[in-house]
Design a protein around this ligand. Structure first.
Ligand SMILES: Cc1cc2nc3c(=O)[nH]c(=O)nc-3n(C[C@H](O)[C@H](O)[C@H](O)COP(=O)(O)O)c2cc1C
Length: 277
């Protein structure tokens, strides 16, 4: 699915860094060319050898590494990349990127990249909610970065709140959405039905068909990757609408419409990137 595509994964000094090994592996299985760039602090959490073994590419850490090829590495890589995902992104790297600092391989390469840049913050709840971090994230959004809202749950520090790195499958969806297909359905609204239908015979009896809804989900998923606005009218959708009404959640106006594809891809979860209080 990702043959010929190059993804840069930026890994920073967060306890969640280990999750990216799984993501790198999933991308490689989709025939993607994966380059991992780590901050020096990230190497305290996971060893570069893990990524080198999984990706078959040298994991870059040091901008001034002389034991490699002649190209100015950060520029060469930035030209190859189809998408950059920085996950987990520490408060420190977010602050650096928001202010144009480029004092290591990751920030230098990111600054040089002209492709889509996605950032997935992961940190303690107070660090994440700190106005400085929020301002930095807003700055990055204004500069065209896509920011993945962190998940909520128990953090490594045992606090419970927002700040968790989303599961690798969710991070993969963000990458796929960006590079997996031509965006030839942009601007289209697709209505997909999924699951069984029932037709009343009389007020008591009905005829129906065996359907798991899997085909509808697969079609909707494919359409999402080709950029569309999705509506899936089936039982779960009704449940979602009820949830939306109850919690007064709204589709975020600033969010590009294709994100509503996530409505169903994670099997019934209200996904924070789409719905915001
Ligand atoms: C055990 C441990 C876990 C950490 N987890 C995080 C984290 O999840 N998010 C974060 O922003 N900082 C975290 N930090 C702090 C960063 O590692 C620290 O700010 C570091 O300077 C970040 O460097 P980098 O941004 O260059 O990778 C953690 C530190 C330690 C010791």
């Amino acid at each position: 699915m990702l043959k010929g595509k190059t993804v840069i994964l930026g890994v920073t000094g967060s306890i969640a860094a280990y999750k990216i090994a799984n993501l790198a592996s999933m991308l490689v299985k989709l025939h993607c060319n994966v380059h991992v760039i780590m901050t020096k602090n990230a190497t305290n959490f996971i060893h570069p050898i893990t990524f080198e073994t999984l990706t078959n590419n040298r994991c870059l850490v040091d901008t001034f590494d002389r034991n490699f090829q002649y190209n100015v590495e950060h520029v060469a890589l930035s030209k190859q990349a189809d998408v950059v995902l920085i996950a987990p992104a520490t408060a420190n790297v977010i602050a650096k990127l928001a202010n144009g600092l480029a004092d290591d391989m990751l920030t230098t390469t990111t600054l040089a990249c002209t492709c889509k840049k996605i950032i997935s913050p992961a940190m303690n709840t107070q660090m994440y909610q700190n106005q400085i971090t929020q301002d930095n994230l807003q700055k990055l959004r204004d500069y065209g970065f896509e920011v993945i809202d962190p998940a909520t749950g128990m953090l490594a520090c045992r606090d419970v709140g927002e700040g968790k790195l989303p599961d690798p499958e969710i991070l993969l969806d963000y990458i796929l959405k960006e590079i997996a297909y031509e965006k030839d359905m942009k601007g289209l609204n697709v209505l997909v039905t999924a699951g069984p239908t029932t037709e009343a015979i009389d007020p008591v009896r009905y005829i129906t068909n065996h359907s798991t809804g899997k085909m509808g989900y697969a079609i909707a998923n494919c359409a999402m990757l080709r950029y569309f606005l999705l509506l899936v009218p089936h039982k779960r959708a009704v449940l979602f609408c009820a949830c939306l009404k109850q919690t007064k959640l709204k589709i975020r106006k600033s969010e590009p419409p294709h994100l509503s594809g996530f409505f169903y891809t994670h099997h019934g979860r209200l996904n924070p990137p789409i719905f915001k209080k």
